[in-house]
Design a protein around this ligand. Structure first.
Ligand SMILES: C[S@@+](CC[C@H](N)C(=O)[O-])C[C@H]1O[C@@H](n2cnc3c(N)ncnc32)[C@H](O)[C@@H]1O
Length: 275
């Protein structure tokens, strides 16, 4: 169901939206290039073939939800097709994250929220040299994800069937991540807690992706709070998700809401349109 807050949030995003022609930072340009990059689609096809298979899979699994209650799936018994349709990131987002993992030569990636393993498989294929850790609390989803990793020979993934908090509290002090994808338990309280607990594992230039940053008014609060953290250098809002870059500040932080040029064709950069 579409709520009034969804429409307001989309409208505000559109008004704030800037295109690639408004970017002046080389780092932000790299990020937007990863978003616009169209790779040879053949490399993603084996993953997308499994997504199509799952979209037709009417098998029912018992789902234990450790996160925020879904706005669409309300029962514990869920079909694989339903989970794939509602919970799994779309191809464009998965491709973008995989492109980031490759472009920024990420060595170590953490994903909170594996679900069926589709986004994880993209990260794995995008950068086979990265070590990927992915965490899932629901045992049935965890089992399906591991079956997918085996089918695709994703050997650079370590998956854990644990609550996020338990995994994070067991992390060795020296462990650091180049990319962190927080895609589960979408409440502001939980998101901020996981983020704070992970901060000591971020390093200069760590990219943190917050999924569903406009999912609810409560998640808007989390997103605004995270953007204003003293070590967030850049925030880029893609509406479905937001991206933060962590590091030591040498200048004021920059926030950018990205929309494709086709959505605001008059922002073609012929004039200085910075506002
Ligand atoms: C949106 S889905 C992840 C989708 C996946 N990243 C993708 O794009 O394909 C979120 C997952 O996080 C898991 N989850 C939510 N809260 C959790 C928690 N506190 N601990 C462990 N897993 C949790 C849910 O079981 C769910 O499968």
């Amino acid at each position: 169901m579409i709520r009034f807050s969804d429409i307001r949030s989309a409208f505000q995003f559109y008004l704030a939206g800037r295109t690639i022609y408004d970017i002046h930072s080389p780092l932000l340009f790299q990020i937007i290039e990863a978003k616009r990059q169209r790779n040879n689609t053949a490399i993603w096809e084996p993953i997308e073939a499994i997504r199509r298979e799952y979209l037709n899979d009417k098998n029912v699994i018992e789902f234990s939800d450790l996160g925020a209650t879904s706005r669409v799936l309300h029962t514990k018994q869920r079909t694989v097709a339903g989970i794939t349709r509602v919970s799994v990131s779309p191809p464009a987002q998965c491709r973008f994250m995989a492109n980031l993992a490759a472009r920024f030569t990420a060595k170590s990636i953490l994903e909170l929220g594996t679900s069926l393993g589709i986004s994880t498989a993209y990260l794995s294929v995008g950068n086979p040299k990265a070590q990927i850790e992915t965490i899932e609390g629901d045992p049935s989803s965890y089992a399906l994800a591991n079956a997918l990793f085996d089918r695709l020979n994703c050997s650079n993934i370590e998956s854990y069937n644990l609550p996020f908090a338990k995994y994070i509290s067991g992390l060795p002090k020296e462990k650091s991540f180049d990319i962190v994808f927080i895609d589960g338990h979408h409440t502001s309280e939980a998101t901020l807690q996981y983020f704070d607990a992970l901060e000591s594992h971020f390093t200069e230039g760590t990219i943190i992706i917050i999924d569903d940053n406009h999912w609810s008014p409560d998640m808007e609060i989390a997103w605004e709070t995270l953007k204003s953290k003293s070590k967030v250098l850049y925030s880029v809002d893609f509406f479905r998700y937001g991206l933060l870059i962590w590091g030591t500040k040498t200048q004021a932080s920059q926030s950018f809401s990205y929309i494709p040029f086709a959505c605001k064709p008059w922002r073609i950069g012929l004039f200085d349109q910075r506002s």
